[in-house]
Every structure is written in structure tokens, then in C-alpha cells.
Write a protein that binds this ligand. Structure first.
Ligand SMILES: Nc1ncnc2c1ncn2[C@@H]1O[C@H](COP(=O)(O)OP(=O)(O)OP(=O)(O)O)[C@@H](O)[C@H]1O
Length: 376
């Protein structure tokens, strides 16, 4: 069957333009429309660079063409953002996040040491202490927060704030959450080039309606890469906590993590180190401790680097299980695990309050050269 451009244009007229109060076609936002048999290619403009606006535009286009023309059509949507709109978006980078009092970045040098587990449970413990908490999963290499909060199928909504369309974070267990995993398929984000990942992160932070938060917890990817630099450029991080196991290979990377935040141009206060998987106690031998990854490695590193030690977490099967079923272990009322996470949250808040008393607010990093980055 042959399809005509006018048929498709008529369908597209049902979609509002991203700016100007008219529809896509009348706003001149459909730049090109090509039809090859049952394939349709739509080149369209989005006046907003925001990820959720672009995603909605794509979904709307697929929907109206499938519904109003033919559901068998194969549709490709290419979205272009005019340069001026990009630049407007860049201008707002770097200011404080309105309504967000403290931003804590959770980082690790090495992957798999339990950074997301700590970030998720820290968020829960802070919430249990009565604070309002947001959690941003910026781990492009393996966004695990949606799994840990059982929201893999959730998607943020859209909310109108003072005439501007903003992302409405997903809420789970009283915590407002946005994850890079909501916007990229599991194997997609890993191959994003630095600028793409940075842009996506910037949007999670800035194009969302976070409301009033005492704490925003940022789950960073492991390592010391592009996304870390983008984060410190995007928002003023109040302080960073670094998670490591006591194993030498992890400690070497944790040291690099501390060094990164301490680089002159970055200058984010390190609130402290957390030792995860510190030991294992079999339930049938409660007096025994087995130091599977070595003993006190993180404690010793804290002393060496003169960074506060925020506490330790043993290896506990229920921590892993709780993460997998999407109900963080800190929610296990009255358990040892809940107490361990609560102690860490308390120590973190103590160090944060001390930091807020002793140091001026963090300024966003304005990196113009690579000078000073050799330590990373
Ligand atoms: N203390 C612990 N006891 C038992 N299991 C744990 C503990 N900490 C983390 N785990 C488990 O280890 C695995 C890795 O943890 P997690 O995903 O938090 O690490 P990560 O450092 O965020 O990894 P990456 O950033 O590389 O994806 C998960 O299955 C998690 O449930």
C-alpha cells in the first residue's frame, strides 16, 4: 500500500509543538518527511533539549502515525535541537539546585564494591531519620537503582512548573528517584560518548522538579571519568563519600577517587570512606568473623589520607537479596543491617554538618584546561 505525505502530516498535526502553542506541522518543526514503501522517516525539531521532552515527542509521533495511518509502518524519528535552544540550556548549568539543601555524591574507584547498595540504603536511612531525600542514579555503566527500588518498569511523568515542563521523579519508599536507566536500554548507555552521557545527567539533575530536599544522593559510576567531571560542573556537590572493599585492588582505586575530588579545580570535600564487605559472619557461628577481602583496609586508608571513616558493613546475604528484590535492606526494621546503615547515615550527616560549618559552600567546577588533573 502506498502512503502519502499529506496523510502523515495530518496525523502529525495532532501533536503539540515543543514551543509556540501550535502543532508540529504548523510550527514548521517537521523538517523533512520521507516515505519508502512501509518505512517513514520523520526529521523533526525539538525546541527543548530535555531528554524527557524529546522522548515524549518520539513516542507521540510513533503513536499518532501508527494509530491514524497504519500500525505496520516502520518509523524512524530523527530529532534535532536548534543550537540556540542548546545554548540556553547550557547557561543554566552550574547554579545551585533550587530547593535542594545538600548533594552527596557516592563514588567508588572500583566497580562492584557496593556503591549503589550504599547509595540506596543511605537514602533509605536518611528518610527514616525524617529527612526528605532524592536519589539520582548516574551510573551509565550499570544503572542498578531501578532494580534496587523495584521500579524497573516505572517512568518519570511530566509536571508543569511555572509554565515550564519538568520531569516528575518516580517515588519509591518515600524517595524521589531518577535513573539514567529510565532513558537508555541496558546496552545503550554504556556506549554513549562522554558528551551524551554528560548531557543526560545534566537533564536528570536540572530538568526535574525535585521540590524541597534535605539530601540529594548521587550514585556515580565507578572510576574517575567524564561523568564525574560533568557532575561537578553541573551541580555544587556538598560532599562525596567513597565506598571500597578492604581489598588492595579496590583500595588503590578508592585512593584515586579521593584524589579526584581533591584536585584543585574540583575541590569537593570528601566526607569520608565506607568499608563494605568488611567481613563475613556465618549465622551459625555468630562469634566468628572471616575477613574475606582483607582486614581494616579502608580504615587504614582513611588514616593515611586523613579522611573520616564513616563505618563498615559486613557481607550479609540479605543485603544482596534485598537489592535484588527491590526493597533495600535498611528497611528491615530492627535488624543488624538496618542499624549498620543507620550508623553510617548518622556519621555521614555529622561529617556533612561539620563540613557545612567549617567550609564555604562548594562552587561548581569550571574546568577550562586539564591543568591539575594529572593526579586523576
Ligand atoms: N555488604 C554486602 N553484602 C552482601 N552483598 C552485597 C553487599 N554490598 C553489595 N552487595 C552485592 O554486591 C553486588 C554489587 O553491589 P553494587 O551493585 O551495589 O555495587 P556497585 O559498586 O554499585 O557496582 P557498579 O557501580 O560497578 O555497578 C550486588 O549484587 C549487591 O547486592
Amino acid at each position: 500500500m502506498a502512503y502519502s505525505k499529506s496523510e502523515i502530516n495530518e496525523a502529525l498535526k495532532n501533536i503539540p509543538a515543543t514551543k509556540g502553542g501550535t502543532n508540529l506541522v504548523d510550527a514548521g518543526h517537521v523538517k523533512n518527511l520521507q516515505i519508502f514503501g512501509d518505512e517513514v522517516i520523520v526529521d523533526v525539531i525539538s525546541e527543548s533539549p530535555a531528554l524527557h521532552v524529546k522522548k515524549k515527542l518520539e513516542v507521540d509521533i510513533l503513536k499518532v502515525i501508527h494509530e491514524q495511518v497504519d500500525k505496520k509502518l516502520k518509523i524512524t524519528v530523527n530529532i534535532e535541537v536548534p543550537k540556540a535552544a542548546e545554548e540556553r540550556a547550557q547557561l543554566i548549568r552550574g547554579e545551585a539546585l533550587p530547593g535542594v539543601k545538600n548533594i552527596i555524591a557516592v563514588a567508588s574507584g572500583k566497580g562492584g564494591v557496593g556503591k549503589s547498595t550504599v547509595a540506596s540504603n543511605l537514602a533509605i536511612s536518611l528518610k527514616q531519620m525524617g529527612f526528605s531525600v532524592g536519589l539520582v542514579d548516574a551510573d551509565i555503566y550499570g544503572p542498578s537503582v531501578p532494580t534496587m527500588f523495584d521500579i524497573t518498569n516505572a517512568r518519570p511523568g511530566t509536571i508543569n512548573v511555572n509554565g515550564q515542563s519538568k520531569m516528575d521523579p518516580v517515588e519509591a519508599y518515600g524517595i524521589k528517584i531518577l535513573s539514567i536507566g529510565f532513558f537508555a536500554k541496558p546496552d545503550q548507555a554504556v556506549v554513549w560518548r562522554g558528551p551524551m552521557a554528560s548531557k543526560a545527567l545534566n537533564q536528570l539533575l536540572r530538568d526535574a522538579h525535585w521540590g524541597e530536599l534535605d539530601f540529594m544522593i548521587l550514585d556515580l559510576p565507578p572510576g574517575t571519568g567524564d561523568i564525574h567531571l560533568s557532575t561537578v560542573q553541573a551541580v555544587p556537590i556538598t560532599g562525596a563519600v567513597i565506598v571500597s572493599t578492604p581489598q588492595n585492588v579496590a583500595l588503590a582505586d578508592a585512593r584515586k577517587g579521593v584524589a579526584m575530588f581533591r584536585v584543585e579545580n574540583i575541590n569537593v570535600p570528601v566526607l569520608g570512606l565506607i568499608e563494605n564487605m568488611a567481613y563475613f559472619t556465618p549465622p551459625e557461628l555468630p562469634e566468628n568473623k572471616y575477613y574475606i577481602f582483607g582486614q581494616d583496609g579502608v580504615k587504614n586508608l582513611s588514616n593515611q589520607l586523613q579522611v573520616p571513616f564513616l563505618g563498615e558493613l559486613p557481607i550479609v546475604q540479605s543485603i544482596r537479596e534485598a537489592g535484588d528484590v527491590g526493597r533495600p535492606a535498611a528497611m528491615q526494621e530492627g535488624s543488624e543491617v538496618q542499624k549498620a546503615f543507620e550508623n553510617i547515615a548518622r556519621r555521614t550527616v555529622e561529617e556533612l554538618l561539620r563540613r557545612n560549618e567549617e567550609l564555604p559552600p562548594t562552587e561548581v567546577t569550571r574546568i577550562t584546561t586539564m591543568a591539575g588533573c594529572s593526579a586523576v
